[in-house]
Write a protein that binds this ligand. Structure first.
Ligand code: OKV
Ligand code: MN
Length: 240
């Protein structure tokens, strides 16, 4: 049996092939799994559960069906869909998890997270993150009319694209010390995350021995998953 982890699908109406690939994944691979963990950025943008996009309802229905067929589904927020709330989670039959969670898989303790909190060298991003994660700011934003939220969000995405053009690849990757600190704090030797869009299985040396950092890929040209079984962690890509 296997537990599946995915992240960074960035579902949006302009790339229907990715959505189609995800719905196929849910109907096939995920159906055979013991559980499915979505580690953030399932959607490319999220401005509130009241956004009436058919894409959201279709994805919720497909996820709910999976849960109904006996595959529990868990969700950790990404940096893009951090506003995804209880209402959508209920519609999708998903359990919302905190930003960092240790899960036990076949006797192994595995730390899961989105991964953006490991990118501490990107000071501008971390400052932005603290602002939009402020509960008061979120409360205020969610009370704006939907039209205004759509407008603000589009402007923020355009500004962010501009800013990222000038950031180096290293600044946007994880900080090795932050990885070490997380592994130690949670007393685990396996970490699974997404966000960086650099799929790989890394060996990490820690004070308590060898650890593994498994990084998910983004769903651009193909899908990506990490498949954990009793004795293996596999990084797998597949066509849509
Ligand atoms: C998601 C990112 C846009 C990065 C805005 C308060 C504020 C929430 C929001 C608006 C934007 C999410 C919710 C989006 C991620 C961007 C641009 C860069 C780097 C406020 C609370 F500030 F206006 F009060 N937002 N959207 N970015 O379009 O999905 O992650 S979003
Ligand atoms: Mn991300």
């Amino acid at each position: 049996m296997a537990t599946l982890f995915i992240a960074d699908l960035h579902l949006n109406v302009h790339e229907p092939a990715i959505t189609a690939g995800f719905l196929r994944f849910l109907a096939r691979d995920a159906q055979q799994a013991d559980a499915l963990y979505i580690l953030g950025d399932l959607f490319d943008a999220w401005i509130g559960d009241d956004d009436p996009q058919p894409l959201h309802a279709n994805v919720a229905d497909a996820l709910h069906q999976l849960q109904q067929r006996g595959v529990p589904c868990y969700f950790i927020h990404g940096n893009r869909d951090f506003l995804l709330g209880k209402h959508f989670a209920t519609q999708a039959g998903m359990t919302l998890l905190p930003a960092e969670q240790v899960v036990e898989c076949y006797g192994r303790r595995i730390l899961i997270m989105h991964g953006d909190t490991l990118c501490i060298d990107d000071a501008a991003y971390q400052k932005y993150r603290r602002r939009v994660h402020n509960p008061i700011i979120q409360w205020l934003f969610l009370r704006l009319p939907l039209r205004l939220r759509l407008n603000v969000a589009a402007k923020m995405r355009a500004a962010s694209q501009q800013a990222n053009q000038h950031k180096s690849q290293q600044i946007m990757d994880v900080n090795p010390q932050a990885v070490q600190a997380c592994l130690r704090k949670c007393a685990v030797n396996t970490l699974i995350h997404g966000h960086t869009h650099r799929p790989a299985l890394h060996r990490v040396m820690t004070q308590s021995g060898e650890a593994q950092r498994a990084v998910l890929g983004a769903w651009h040209e193909q899908g990506w998953m990490i498949k954990v079984t009793a004795d293996d962690t596999a990084l797998i890509s597949f066509p849509f």
